[in-house]
Design a protein around this ligand. Sequence first.
Ligand code: SF4
Length: 239
Amino acid sequence: MATVPFENRYAKILEKNPREIVLLRGNGCKWRRCRFCDYHTDFSLDEKANYELNKKVLQQVNGEFKILEVINSGSFCDLDEETIALILEICKEKQIEVVYFECHWLHRELIGDFKKRFAEAGVTVKLKIGVETFDSLFRESYLDKGMGNANHEEIAQYFDQVCLLQGLPGQSKVSMLKDIETGLQYFERVCVNIIVPNTKPILPDPQVIKIFKEEIFPLYKADERVDILLNNTDFGVGI
Ligand code: SF4
């Protein structure tokens, strides 16, 4: 994936759980090994340039839904300090009550202090993790996700929401349903991403996607706790 243009970095999600969403730029995912992901190429080591870009993106936030989702093709800790301080400032100014950030398993021990920092200003931080599946053997041997054999209970000790990746070769109706149900049981919200082809080796399985669309999508399309991205740009950000 090439660098995301400015105009694709802010959007409003109006359907379920209405919120504003910003796609910011950090200094890059520290894992970068997931075999399905090329989003992590949207980064820069120039912290000043990242801040200048993020500032312009964040200027569009108006706080109308009281919820802001911040993504950055990596983890919250890849964002520069000035950007974090600005997010906090905007939350206070626009009376935003809840902010979602994303984080890789590697950085889970940083979450507690990060949440505390925002909580001191009256803002609740919720963390989202891309687990892709709770089948750790499939997740690690095929996707190379970098979470070892962490199970749902361990993950739920740190994270509030999970992203799942579906439409992959080897998945079935049973396995996809099991992942969604586990996500709903242990986490506040679940975001299902249907894989789209990119520059990486793992390709969508059209048969599995057909099963998802016909037999799984109808079960959850009205579920307020389940976001479903049939295309990776369905939230209105990214390319
Ligand atoms: S941790 Fe996230 S950003 Fe990093 S390579 Fe994996 S999916 Fe991509």
